[in-house]
Design a protein around this ligand. Structure first.
Ligand SMILES: Cc1cc2nc3c(=O)[nH]c(=O)nc-3n(C[C@H](O)[C@H](O)[C@H](O)COP(=O)(O)OP(=O)(O)OC[C@H]3O[C@@H](n4cnc5c(N)ncnc54)[C@H](O)[C@@H]3O)c2cc1C
Length: 472
């Protein structure tokens, strides 16, 4: 399939950036130039986008892949992301795109060079899921949900002979170095062996979908450093009145401006029982945290209920004769304000709204609410924290556990909403798969006697701290 014209700009040289490409290049060279790929057994733990994508790559390279997931089915967080339309990636230029991962994420940048936004889009097309670019530049499948994509993906994995085992929780490794699993229903334990292992266990947000971060103790016991979790892309708590909570929780706020400190962010949000959530709220998260850390507790955010109109335009519209209309009707008819926004005005200004058009217009443009705190990990879109990036090498292999690779949100990177989370999860899944392939290939040499590829078991055995290198 060719690259669709609408995405061509994303791969044009103008949008290229000069960043360190060592990782992607190294992996490509390793895979291309290594001794013949000898089919090996690879164990993947975690059936989210990162694990599933690693499985797809490994199977396509001829490896025997088993993926184990603790939940009764794979891809639960992906399906949940689909409820919001499944923002797969973003159409902005690559330089801006990579900038969203912050300064600490060189490894992530390298992985995304190995699997770029346009490639994710084409991958979705290849699975029969056409995409479109929303007005914000975000990329969604036309179906606006994840289930058709996941269904097609699982069919592809089945055709590639990927074995998917569900309902088994990874517990770590036994004394012999075999991966240890527990059946979630019967609690019976069993071990699995493999030539390499990829852990793609996710972060710690929305734990009821499967990623509960419980793996952190297992890796900590092996000396792997991690940054503590905290909720990222999380809603904020605001002390609503009982009326606001009961009547408007779950109501969307379209075209909202939110300001914390200096710059205004535009987007959508939703009223929750405890405050506000949604893209434009997540966008001010870092500024709010900074304000709180600086001692401004509670910090506040200011809502602009009509970001498309100036105070002067609002004043003019509101000055139209109101007659016998209620204020809510007047606001609806004169400036198109929905009931939820009228309720927000009452939350801030009290029962009686100012009759003076300019005063009301000023309030509509600048409606401050104190923020009591952030929604916790239970409801955050993503979690910041996880395995410290200096624990992995360029192949996404844990330096202290040769043969064990990591991918996805379990690594310590963070990004805003906008498709950046899924893109990095896919890209690191591919990077870990290629890294594992390169590592496995480095264990293979061609016998001068027979000309055949031979697995250098001595070399594997010499990595005696490798928990997953036992081949049964
Ligand atoms: C409500 C919501 C909406 C979102 N919307 C978007 C969006 O539109 N765009 C976007 O880019 N991102 C979105 N995200 C974020 C995105 O879904 C995640 O970043 C992505 O799923 C992370 O992929 P992952 O494979 O690393 O981890 P996960 O998807 O969390 O998968 C990890 C898997 O590992 C399994 N697992 C964990 N521990 C064990 C264990 N011990 N044994 C066996 N299995 C285990 C889990 O059950 C889970 O299935 C959203 C997230 C949420 C919660």
């Amino acid at each position: 399939m060719g690259i669709d014209a609408e995405y061509r700009h994303m791969v044009s040289p103008d949008n290229e950036v000069s960043v360190d490409r060592d990782i992607a290049a190294m992996q490509a060279v390793a895979v291309a130039s290594a001794a013949p790929i000898v089919a090996r057994r690879v164990l993947i733990v975690g059936g989210g986008p990162a694990g599933l994508f690693a499985a797809e790559h490994l199977a396509s390279l001829g490896h025997a892949v088993t993926l184990v997931e603790r939940m009764p089915s794979v891809g639960r967080k992906l399906l949940m992301a689909g409820r919001g339309g499944l923002n797969l990636t973003h159409s902005e230029g690559l330089k801006d795109f990579l900038g969203r991962y912050g300064a600490s994420a060189q490894a992530i940048v390298g992985a995304i060079h190995g699997f770029r936004p346009n490639q994710l889009i084409l991958w979705a097309h290849d699975l029969g899921q056409q995409t479109f670019v929303g007005s914000s530049g975000r990329v969604f499948p036309k179906a606006m949900k994840a289930s058709p994509l996941l269904r097609a993906w699982l069919q592809r994995l089945a055709a590639g002979h990927v074995e998917i085992v569900t309902g088994e929780r990874w517990l770590g490794w036994d004394d012999a170095g075999h991966a240890l699993f527990q059946d979630e229903k019967t609690h019976a334990t069993r071990t699995r062996t493999a030539d390499a292992t990829i852990l793609a266990l996710g972060g710690a947000s929305w734990p009821r979908l499967g990623s509960d971060g419980s793996w952190t103790d297992i890796l900590a016991a092996r000396g792997i450093a991690r940054t503590p979790w905290h909720a990222a892309n999380a809603g904020v708590h605001i002390a609503w009145s009982p009326f606001m909570r009961e009547k408007f929780a779950g109501t969307p706020l379209k075209r909202l401006g939110v300001t914390v400190g200096g710059s205004q962010h535009l987007g959508e949000a939703m009223v929750t029982r405890d405050g506000l959530e949604g893209g434009v709220v997540y966008a001010v998260g870092a500024e709010l945290r900074a304000a709180m850390a600086a001692g401004a507790k509670p910090a506040s955010l200011s809502l602009d209920l009509k970001p498309g109109m100036t105070v002067a335009e609002l004043t003019k519209a509101l000055a139209r004769p109101r007659g016998k209309q209620s204020m809510a009707n007047h606001l609806r008819k004169s400036v198109g304000m929905p009931p939820v926004m009228v309720a927000l005005l009452h939350e801030n200004l009290g029962r009686t709204l100012p009759g003076e058009p300019e005063v009301l217009a000023q309030a509509i443009k600048n409606l401050p609410f104190p923020v009591l705190g952030f929604a916790g990990l239970q409801r955050a879109i993503s979690s910041a924290g996880g395995i410290a990036l200096d624990e992995i090498d360029a192949r996404f292999m844990l330096r202290k556990l040769p043969g064990v690779f990591v991918a996805g949100e379990m690594l310590d990177w963070d990004a805003p909403t906008g498709g950046y989370l899924l893109q990095a999860s896919f890209a690191t899944g591919k990077a870990a798969a290629l890294g594992a392939t390169a590592w496995l290939a480095s264990m293979v040499h061609v016998s001068p006697a027979t000309g055949e590829a031979v697995v250098s078991t001595a070399e594997i055995a010499s990595t005696d701290s490798a928990p997953s290198d036992s081949s049964s």
